[in-house]
Structure formats: C-alpha cells, structure tokens
Design a protein around this ligand. Structure first.
Ligand code: 4AD
Ligand code: MG
Length: 500
C-alpha cells in the first residue's frame, strides 16, 4: 500500500511503500540505513542483506543523496528513528539516482546556498520554515475571515507612493511611468468605506537599497483597514491577531519549532496585553541609564559567551590534531566546529556593534525615526511584543492622522517583536480631514492629480478609520528564530539577488 511518512503510525506491522528522496545513506556490510524524506517527514529505512536481493542491496548501497526512489517494507515503531518509525526494507525502485548532489553536510556560505535555493529548499531547515510560513499565512486568513473582514485584492501597478518616494520600483505601463505597489492601504481605505472591515494580502515591492537582514525587495504583507475605529481599537486588534498567529503555530508546528531550536516557552508567553510606550517615552528610555546598563550587561554576557566558544573550539581542534579518532567522532567534531565558528562570527559582530548601538541610543534626538538598532534594543528589553505609538509627524507617512492633542505627533504605532527582532507591524489612524490631508500632500510635493480619488474619500462621508500592515517574512523570522528574513520566503528578492 502506498502511504506517506506522516501516516506511518497507522500502519505499524504492515507492509507499505513510501516514495521520496534520500537524505542520508549509511551503508555497511550487512545492514544499511537510508534516511528517506517524502515531503511529509523523515523515515529511517533499514536494509538488511538477508531480506533483499543482492542486486538491490548493492544498488541501495551506492545511492547518492537526493536520489528519488520508492521503497517498500514493514513498518516498525522505533523511538530513536526520526519520526518514531522505521521501515524494514523488502523492495525498492530507484527512480532517478543523484550523483554528487552539490549541497553536502559541510558548511556552505550563504551565497552558495542562495544560488542553490532551488535545491536548498529541500533541506530540513527550509522545509520546517516553509511549513511554519504556511501556518502563519493560513492563520492570517482565518483570523480576518472569522472576524468578519472582507478580502479586497488591491492593485500592484499604481501611480501612488504609499510609503515614500525613495523605495519605488518604476515600471513602464503602456508608455506611462508607474510603479509597483509598496502597500495596498490607500485602495483599502476606499474599500473600507464600502465594507467597513476589509483586508488585503499580497506581495508588495520596495526598492530597498539596504542589504539588512530585515529587508526584502519583494515581501508579503497583510493589511486590515477598519472604518469607525480608534487607535486603541487598532492596538487591540493587532494584539489579538498576533496572538492568534502564534497559537496556530504552537498548535500545528511543534515538531518544526523543535527542529529549528526555537524558544517555544518564549512563544507561549505571548498573550495580551502587550506593553505600550509612546515614542517620546521610548526616546527617554533609549537615552537613559537603564539602556546604558542594559547594553553594558549585554556586552559582558557576549564576551563571556565568546570566551566559552573559543575554549570549546580550541578543545576540539586539539582533539582532532592528536588524531586517531573514529570516523563518526571526526564527523561529529566537524559538525560542532561548523556551528561553533558560526556562533563565533555572530558573537564577534554583536560585540563590535554593541558600543555603536550604545552611542546611537545615547545620542538619539527626538524627531528621528527609530532605527534598526534602537528597535533591537527596545525589543530586547521586553519578552512580549512592544507597541510604540505616537511618532513624530515628520518621520512618518503622509496619510497618518495628526494627534489633535499634540500636533507634532501622529496617531500611529509600530509593533516590535521581542528578543531583538524589531518591527513586524506598522499602522495608524488615517488623516480624515480634507484640508489637513490636502495640505500634507502639497507640503511633500506629491503630484496632486494622482491623489484626487484618495482625497475624495475625505470629501464624501469621511469617517475615522485606520489599519495596519504585518510583514509575513518578518513574522516568520521572529517565530522560527531565523535571523535573516531571506530564509523565510521560498525565492527571496533582494537588491543583489534575482537569479532564481
Ligand atoms: O510599516 P510599513 O511600511 O507600513 C505600511 O506599509 C502601511 N501601509 C501598513 C498599513 O498601515 N496598512 O510596513 C508594514 C510592515 C512592516 O512592519 C514590516 O513587517 C513589513 O511590512 N515590511 C517589510 N518586510 C520585508 N522587507 C521590507 N523591505 C519591508 N518593509 C516593510
Ligand atoms: Mg514601518
């Protein structure tokens, strides 16, 4: 019977056929072990010389990584095997043998892996992250559907600059210069005046010239927009929304989180309410004693960790140099060294950055937008996502509603994910007053012709409304503990990367 690895528990004792790819092949004289993945999980297949033909034993023995095959055998419960079952092989058909698969267990640089993304997608980490992303996307849709939001698909070709003119991708649209949408929000505002609660969910484009770990040129964003809401209502919505996403992942992806070595208890702590700070309070914190102390403690901790890593590296290197190690021990050491050296690079970078970040924080002046390192500091001080509200008007997008009680700030918020991940949501109340909005568009020198329809929304039945946008890749990075968001989308687009 044909089954998949995730169904094996229902077939213990029975003979079944799996189809998949070879992850790892450990042949020996009498018994071979072939780890097979089939897209649903991993299964160890035990090939005993006495149970299969000589030809098959030989053929399986030489089968390379990522060869495809179908393999038949009896299912046995085996707690030590990945997935908890193994297959005692009786037969197999090799579909496509793979020779010299380019990705090997040895360390490959990020660049190499991204150039081999079409193959690297098969790796355990990429597989786990892909599944978590799937849950996140599904949870997003469910949340808004269950809350009575209407999905509105907004256009990708647009003449509007929703999020500033610095990051527009220009496109020739039948001879007219237009660009790719940075946000669906402005269109969504129009739709909210029809359905009251709406959301859009699609790819968005920003010509980000920075190559940071938080920026892609093409990323997926979900944006809800609600008529007759206030800032407090928006924060409540965002809080419930993020909690629902985390809950879904905890329910459905425990084993992936475990493989990814995610801090699961930290995710379990994510329950409403989330802490809130105004921008002005955040500035005081950044410039204050507490931040200076926090960063100094962190530096000491980083240095301690680096010293430990150095000691362990030296130990292993000495062990290797003495020689005479068994093959499995050599391999184990090699793997550990790869991980340790990677950690050494990260720690060294963090130690170098710490004083720079401390200086930036101490010298922060009111009026600037929070930078990546400022967000990192603030979000590291909290173990739940942190709302920062009421930013300076000058640092934010033209559509944000000016706070009538303090006109230098807007009614907006960013949600910073904990443990240093930084912004995952940006949102605001929208300026609903015609003269103020028209004035702002004028002030910024935007082409008023392009914004006439948007201004119409403030001419005919304007109401208080607002919304926010959550970046899918940043959310997946935070949840999985993946440092760089380029690993949180199947085929990342960045300034220096478009090969596949
Ligand atoms: O803060 P942003 O720019 O907000 C907007 O686009 C609003 N129009 C949303 C709204 O109010 N409807 O972007 C929202 C989120 C960010 O918090 C971040 O998670 C993600 O989109 N994001 C990016 N993700 C990856 N790469 C980039 N270059 C991103 N820029 C923004
Ligand atoms: Mg933002």
């Amino acid at each position: 019977m044909k089954v998949t690895v995730d169904e094996l528990q229902e077939h213990v004792g029975a003979e079944v056929t799996l189809s998949g790819w070879v992850v790892h092949n450990r042949p020996s004289g009498k018994v071979g072990f072939v780890i097979v993945r089939d897209g649903t999980g991993l299964c160890q297949c035990v090939v005993e010389k006495t149970r299969v033909s000589d030809d098959l034993f030989e053929a399986l023995k030489h089968l390379g990584t990522e060869s495809s095959l179908s393999i038949t055998g009896t299912v046995r419960a085996e707690p030590r095997s990945p997935g908890g079952h193994e297959l005692v092989v009786t037969d197999a058909t090799i579909l496509c043998p793979a020779v010299d698969y380019p990705i090997t267990p040895k360390e490959h640089g990020v660049d190499f892996l991204l150039r081999h993304r079409h193959l690297h997608l098969r790796s355990q980490r990429a597989w786990c992250i892909g599944r978590v992303r799937h849950t996140v996307v599904d949870a997003i849709r469910r949340f808004f559907n269950d809350e009575g939001f209407i999905l509105v698909d907004t256009p990708i070709f647009t003449t509007l600059a929703g999020e500033g003119e610095q990051t527009l991708f220009a496109v020739d649209y039948f001879g007219q210069p237009v660009h790719l949408a940075q946000t669906g929000q402005l269109y969504l505002e129009a739709a909210a005046m029809s359905h009251r609660k709406v959301y859009c969910f699609g790819p968005t484009f920003r010509a980000e010239k920075s190559k940071t770990r938080r920026h892609l040129a093409e990323f997926w964003m979900v944006e809800p927009e609600v008529a007759f809401i206030d800032l407090d209502g928006l924060l409540g919505l965002a809080e419930r929304f993020v909690t629902a996403i985390i809950q879904a992942v905890l329910e459905r992806n425990r084993s992936e989180l475990q493989t990814l070595e995610t801090d699961v208890p930290a995710l379990e702590r994510i329950t409403p309410p989330f802490p809130r700070l105004t921008y002005s309070q955040a500035v005081d914190i950044l410039r204050g004693e507490r931040t200076a102390r926090f960063l100094a403690d962190e530096l000491a901790d980083l240095q301690r960790r680096l010293a430990k890593v150095e000691t362990r590296i030296a130990q292993i290197e000495a062990e290797d140099a003495r020689g005479g190690l068994k093959k499995w021990k050599q391999e184990k050491n090699a793997q550990e060294l790869i991980a340790l050296r990677r950690e050494r690079i990260d720690l060294t970078a963090a130690i170098e950055n710490n004083p720079k970040h401390a200086a930036l924080a101490a010298e922060f002046t009111w009026g600037k937008d929070l930078g990546g390192s400022d967000e990192t500091i603030l979000s590291r001080m909290h173990d739940k996502p942190l709302f920062v509200t009421h930013y300076p008007k000058a640092a934010k997008a033209f559509y944000m509603k000016v706070d009538r009680a303090e006109e230098r700030v807007v009614e907006n918020f960013d949600l910073l994910a904990p443990a240093g991940f930084g912004e995952i949501i940006g949102g605001s109340m929208r300026e609903d007053d015609y003269p103020r909005l028209a004035g702002r568009i004028d002030e910024l020198g935007y082409n008023p012709e392009h914004y006439q329809w948007y201004l119409d929304l403030r001419r005919y039945g304007s109401v208080p409304h607002g919304g926010f946008g959550l970046g899918v890749e940043r959310t997946v990075a935070w949840i999985t503990g993946e440092r760089h968001i380029r690993h949180c989308i199947a085929f990342p687009r960045m300034m220096d990367r478009l090969y596949l």
